[in-house]
Every structure is written in C-alpha cells, then in structure tokens.
Design a protein around this ligand. Structure first.
Ligand code: 4GM
Length: 253
C-alpha cells in the first residue's frame, strides 16, 4: 500500500520543485509515495480566476474565497470517508514527530490546503477540513512550505523510503532526546580532533558517550524535552556527570 498525498495550491511549481530531488524524488519514482499537485485557480469560476476577496468586517489583507476549495473537493474527493483534509495555519495543532507517525499510519488519501494571503474563509475549515496543523509559532507567506515539511517528515517514515532500516528508530526524536554529535574523516581538521572514544572500538563506551552527549544537548537546548523524558538510573548518573563537568569548567574559568 503506497501513500497518497494531494496538495491544493495557487503555486504548483513551488511543491513540484522540492519533490523533484533526492529521497522524495526516488520514493515517488519507486511508487512508495505519490503527491498530486492541483492548481486551486483551475476551480475558480469567474473569467479572472479569482481566488481571494476582501475581508468582511474590514482589516488588512485578503481572504481566500470558499468556493474554489468546495468545488475541488466536490469534483475530486466527494466521498468524505475516503479523504483526510489537512489545512496549514498558525492556528493549528503543533506538528511534531508523533503527528508524523500518526499520518504515516493513515489509510485515507491526505489532502493539503495551502493558503495564501491573510487567511482562508472559516467555512472551509468548518466544513471541509479534518485537521488543522501548524509547523511552529511563526507566520509564513503561504502554506506550501508547511505542506512540504509534513510530506517530507511523513514520507521518510514509510518503509523502504530510507534505504537504511534502522535509521528512523535510532535518531533523536524516537528516543525523546536530541541527537548526539557525529563525526567523519579526517580525524584531525583545522586543529579540531574527533573525540578519542569514537576511535576506541569500545562499543559500550561509545554508546555511553553518545547517550551523555544527547542528554547534554537536550539539557542545554530543550530542557522541556528532558522534563518529559523518563531518565533511567544510568541516565541520572550521566546527568550528574554533565553537571559536574560544567562546574569544573566554571571553576577553571
Ligand atoms: C493563515 C491562514 C502555516 C496563514 C492560512 C501557514 C505559517 C504556518 C496561512 C494560511 C502560514 C505555520 C499561510 N504561516 N506556522 N501562512 O504552520 O495558509
């Protein structure tokens, strides 16, 4: 069973371009994934193909008209039970790795509405949209990038899309911590050396070092994640070491 995405946008080329490279291109060519891109303007009915209009109540900016969205859904996905419509907006539920897993398990076709201008008429959201997502607390000029972000995050969870089987299980968010630092050749570069433990061949020491570095990065950059993470007795020992290391540094400064 391959994953079927659709995106509705007034700028099809934006999505087409990103999907034409790298792992997503290969996944699409290999039929693991399909992304159909639809031009909303094709579903406007007036001679100027208008998709936006002035806001009722006044205020800055334009609002996307409801009719083109209703017409495209009626014509392409009339069966409500066979579709899941997602809208991207700063008002949505925050998209994260858990949401990516949920969407990767979804059997219905997933349809993304990419807004432009200030907003989409609320009746689109009320009547057609099943879920509203935000990719973060900032405003963009359109929903195209958030749509690509979600397609990308979900696609790499589909079996076979990443060559390497283990790589999604091992990485940072699957274990609830940020990633540890990675190194490749050369061993010495611009006066900086690869940590000796990684060259030691001692796999239990390497695992311990990586876990400690992951906890350290999470403590420094995302203490909120560390709060939610169930620290084992070993992890608490590592955390203690991290705090001792930083106290030593403070004393030597
Ligand atoms: C308002 C309503 C999503 C704005 C609908 C979309 C940021 C995000 C837009 C819209 C967006 C986000 C377009 N900006 N944080 N702008 O996920 O589609």
């Amino acid at each position: 069973m391959s994953k079927k995405f659709h995106a509705v946008t007034i700028f099809p080329g934006m999505l087409q371009t990103y999907l034409g490279f790298g792992i997503l291109k290969r996944a699409i060519q290999g039929n693991l994934l399909s992304v159909d891109i639809h031009n909303l303007r094709d579903y406007a009915t007036d001679k100027h193909k208008t998709v936006d209009d002035y806001p009722y109540g006044g205020g800055a900016g334009m609002v996307m008209k409801p009719d083109p969205f209703f017409r495209i859904v009626d014509s392409l996905w009339p069966a409500k039970e066979k579709r899941k419509v997602i809208m991207l907006s700063p008002r949505g539920r925050l998209f994260n790795q858990d949401a990516a897993y949920e969407l990767s398990q979804e059997n219905r076709d997933i349809i993304f509405f990419c807004g432009r201008y200030e907003a989409i008429d609320q009746r689109v959201s009320d009547y057609l949209v099943d879920e509203e997502y935000s990719i973060g607390d900032y405003i963009l000029t359109g929903g195209e990038l958030p749509t690509l972000v979600i397609i990308d995050a979900v696609a790499r969870l589909i079996p076979g899309v990443l060559g390497d089987f283990n790589s999604t299980e091992e990485e940072s968010f699957s274990w609830g911590l940020l990633d540890y630092p990675h190194y490749t050749r050369p061993e010495h570069y611009h006066g900086m050396s690869v940590p000796g433990v990684l060259l030691s061949g001692n796999h239990s020491e390497i695992t311990r070092w990586r876990k400690k570095q992951a906890i350290k990065a999470t403590l420094e950059n995302r203490p909120d994640l560390l709060q939610k993470y169930a620290l084992s007795a070993k992890d608490k020992e590592l955390l203690k070491e991290i705090k001792e290391d930083s106290n030593e540094l403070d004393r030597s400064n």
